[in-house]
Design a protein around this ligand. Structure first.
Ligand code: S3P
Length: 182
């Protein structure tokens, strides 16, 4: 009997979008489904710095974090073997990072409504940018600033409440249509 072929991914899939969009949870499922590695840029930044993201913000400030984020992301994008890479919400705002993603990966924007984001970010208090005031107001401002830039991603997928499986299937369908999964 003929064995079903496992899917083959030809490019690093880079998940972008706001905090709470589901980049890490969806990314993990996606990697499992495609049989590839999953990496999270925030985890790699924390490893490189030897401390947590909130500690980097507190001890060194956001500018140092952004610098480290860019360097770590470029390194992660230079990996030869395709895999799934979840990025922190601000990473795609950096023009150099966007350029590297265009060249070496495929950007997938997980787009979510304010209420969905708010519900998801309320579960954890580990995001320094949201600890400085009203979470709804901060997210609203970030949506205004960032959504036009996230829209530059090659693929946009709607990331609705409680639908991780569906989001993952939608991503795979579009990756297949575009020939990144065969
Ligand atoms: C940030 C998002 C966070 C993390 C840092 C800054 C942002 O990652 O990189 O707190 O600027 O939106 P998540 O999007 O994974 O929460």
């Amino acid at each position: 009997m003929k064995q079903p072929q496992s899917p083959v991914l030809s490019r690093i899939v880079v998940l972008v979008g706001l905090m709470g969009a589901g980049k890490t949870t969806v990314g993990r499922s996606l990697a499992k489904e495609l049989g590839v590695r999953f990496r999270d840029s925030d985890d790699e930044i924390a490893k490189a710095a030897g401390c947590s993201i909130p500690d980097i913000f507190e001890l060194h400030g956001e500018a140092i974090f952004r610098d480290l984020e860019q360097r770590v992301l470029i390194r992660l994008l230079e990996q030869k073997k395709p895999y799934i890479l979840a990025t922190g919400g601000g990473a795609f705002m950096n023009a150099g990072v966007r350029e590297a993603i265009r060249e070496l990966g495929v950007a997938v924007w997980l787009k979510a409504d304010l209420d969905v984001l708010l519900e998801r970010v309320s579960r954890r208090g580990t995001r320094p940018l949201l600890e400085t005031g009203d979470k709804r107001a901060i997210l609203e401002r970030l949506m205004e600033e960032r959504y036009p830039v996230y829209a530059e991603a090659e693929i946009t997928i709607n990331s609705a409440a409680g639908a991780r499986e569906k989001v993952m299937e939608d991503i795979i369908r579009v990756l297949r249509q575009k020939g990144y999964v065969t």
